[in-house]
Write a protein that binds this ligand. Structure first.
Ligand code: GCV
Length: 660
């Protein structure tokens, strides 16, 4: 690789000769109309590889659907699952075949990615298909151009209450997303406020249609977040009661109108009865009633409802130790299991709280047996460093995917993907910044999300190496992947200790504020005093552990067995509690905070050593962010250590500096 562009992410130019050159002559032998777009993508993708384009004597390239190529050209390509593909390279030909049109496109992208990693060789036969049908990004973009929890500039889609975008940039974004298998995208914030309420009116629908047309060829169907109260917010009815026939009829008509403009709209994302958003509770109705009413309107059009389970009491009294926010999603939705229409998907955050740095997997995934759901993760780094601090999220997502819910056979989350769990959805991390993600290395999180949604069995190291190779070339890849892979454990060390959540600056959610959420209404307490910290969530406490399968509950409920990263999430523990390494909880808090900060210093040194081996622009921008990260880690270290030192009066055994 000689030219590096932050804009091109993992689709860099590779003008230098590739060792095992596969020469292609771009005459497709497949007459299938569906091939044209994939062919163009292949052609433009190959233009990144100069020697290939110039190849005189090339191989013949077959592109098409598997059925078509087998029937017309006597091939024996094995059938794949929907959206799957086969890549076959022989002495005389290259075949890229899709199970369907989408699969063909994904096959083209995989071919290009393998080529860029020097992995296309004669004799290769690669077949692959996604594990789940829904691989979605949720944008939290507002129509005024701001992005809720966005750390990469303003919205790609909106400005000043209008659709406002550069079509070429949208096409480039769509290409990036389709190269990693994303097939759904919701464009607006789940908090549907101000002008966003009007996205479902004819004032905005023609523009929505134009945007959808840009994504469509890339097999990406758009979705929108809707406001449950739209019938009265738009001034057309006096109520939004889901059981009122006039409301149901209103949604049917409105949905019909939307589909006249966007016939392949994927559906509606709904945040209802959550953090002050309206919902069925307002009318004494349940969530199944609300979701099913919308599902009925979408059904004739093949649309779906993604109904978020982020429903909890956000006006809690901190004095009340009986209410436990962690219980909320299960308590609300488990009793409704089996009551949802077949085009409703419960969209469940991966943990019971809210994208915290260390929280267990939500018990709802294992417990729901009759309801389809999606797992929601956050690529945007709301609690994981705002795309200032380096935090490679596939590291944690793979751990989540390996979690064994303990319900029945094949009960690990990754095994439920494709059955009860029908998809992965993530809050996106992209904005108008030239490098898309603010921190250039945060591109790896977007890439990793797509790869895991496609194949939840991939490991974090594989993803890091693949991404680093594609983005920076083979030489720097191992070192950059190494830094990425160390980054989450490091972030965990200097953040809130051992499964305590929300020790962050209120509203901003960056930097430490130990008691920032301690006396608030959000249900986010650690209740540290002079002797102990943490919440007892066992049967003797809030009873949250009982939401898990019995054998899983037994592990979480026993402080000796509970994974230490969640110790204070599940237990109230004295500072002199002895942990697995033989040291007290307090000493472990001190140690991890000193270590975390030291490790950031090491990242910076490792990065500085890469000078000259990666493009100057990315070298400098990442260096600047790492310097800020170091300041943040120091602040965390000192605030946390001082807080616990002041509470306990017990000094660090190693005599390191703790401010008093
Ligand atoms: C879109 C957290 C975030 C909010 C977000 C909410 C949600 O509370 O801080 O910004 O709102 O989650 O997921 O709905």
């Amino acid at each position: 690789m000689n030219e590096y562009s932050e804009y091109k992410c993992w689709m860099q130019e590779r003008k230098a000769a590739i060792p095992n050159t596969i020469a292609l002559c771009l005459a497709t032998l497949c007459a299938d109309q569906d091939c044209v777009f994939a062919m163009d993508e292949l052609r433009s993708g190959l233009s990144r590889f100069a020697p290939l384009a110039k190849a005189a004597a090339g191989k013949l390239t077959f592109l098409g659907t598997i059925a078509h190529l087998n029937a017309e050209h006597g091939l024996d390509l094995p059938a794949q699952k929907p959206e799957g593909f086969v890549i076959r390279v022989t002495d005389v030909m290259v075949i890229i075949a899709g199970q369907d049109k989408a699969g063909l496109l994904y096959g083209v992208h995989r071919f290009l990615m393998l080529l860029a990693q020097d992995k296309i060789t004669v004799g290769i036969e690669a077949a692959d298909a996604p594990s789940v049908p829904i691989r979605m990004i949720n944008h939290w973009d507002n129509c005024d151009g701001t992005v809720e929890r966005g750390y990469a500039g303003r919205s790609l889609f909106f400005d000043k209450d209008r659709f406002d975008y550069d079509p070429q940039r949208i096409i480039d974004y769509a290409r990036l997303l389709s190269s990693i298998g994303i097939n759904r995208l919701s464009i607006n914030n789940v908090n549907v406020r101000a002008a966003a309420k009007l996205l479902i009116t004819e004032e905005y629908l023609p523009e929505l249609a134009k945007l959808a047309a840009l994504f469509r060829p890339f097999n990406i169907r758009l979705a929108i977040s809707i406001n449950f109260a739209a019938p009265y917010l738009l001034g057309e009815l006096a109520t939004a009661d889901p059981l009122d026939p006039a409301v149901a009829a209103w949604w049917c008509e409105r949905t019909n109108l939307i589909y006249r403009y966007v016939p392949d709209l994927a559906g509606f994302v709904v945040k209802a009865d959550s953090e002050y958003e309206p919902g069925p509770f307002q009318y004494g109705r349940g969530h199944a009633e609300g979701a099913n009413m919308l599902a009925a309107a979408l059904k004739p059009h093949g649309g779906q409802v993604w109904w978020r389970c982020f429903v909890y009491n956000c006006t809690q009294d901190w004095r009340n130790t009986k209410i436990d926010r962690a219980r909320a999603a299960f308590d609300h939705f488990k009793p409704l299991d089996g009551q949802f229409a077949d085009n409703v998907f419960l969209q469940i955050k991966h943990g019971p709280y809210d994208f915290q740095v260390s929280e267990p997997v939500s018990p709802l995934f294992g417990a729901l047996s009759e309801t389809r759901c999606l797992m929601e993760v956050q690529i945007t780094q709301e609690y994981t460093g705002h795309q200032i601090d380096l935090c490679f999220l596939p590291w944690i997502w793979t751990k989540i995917l390996h979690f064994d819910t303990g319900y029945g056979e094949h009960s690990r989350i990754e095994e439920l993907m494709g059955t009860r769990i029908q998809g992965l959805v993530a809050v996106g991390n992209v904005g108008l910044d030239r490098n898309w993600t603010g921190h250039t290395l945060a591109q790896a999180n977007l890439y990793g999300f797509g790869r895991l949604a496609w194949n939840p069995s991939l490991c974090a190291a594989e993803i890091a190496e693949e991404w680093a190779h594609l983005s920076f070339g083979r030489e720097a890849a191992a070192e950059i992947a190494g830094i990425l892979l160390a980054s989450y454990p490091t972030y965990q060390k200097y953040n809130a200790p051992f499964g305590v959540c929300f020790m962050v600056e209120p509203k901003l959610h960056y930097g430490p504020n130990v008691e920032g959420y301690e006396f608030s209404r959000w249900g986010t307490y650690h209740r540290a005093d002079r002797q102990a910290i943490g919440i007892d969530r066992t049967e003797c406490g809030t009873g949250y552990t009982a939401q898990y399968a019995p054998q899983v509950a037994a592990i979480f409920a026993d402080p000796a067995l509970c994974p230490e990263e969640f110790l204070l999430f599940f237990h109230r523990v004295r500072y002199d509690f002895v942990m697995k390494n033989g040291k007290t909880l307090l000493q472990n808090i001190y140690d991890t905070h000193f270590e975390g900060c030291d490790e950031v210093q090491v990242f910076l040194k490792r990065w500085l050593a890469l000078k000259g081996s990666i493009a100057e622009s990315v070298y400098e921008s990442v260096k600047a962010r790492m310097e800020k990260q170091l300041e943040n880690a120091r602040q965390w270290r000192d605030v946390i250590n001082t807080y616990f030192y002041r509470h306990t009066g017990i000094a660090d055994q190693s005599g390191r500096k703790i401010y008093d």
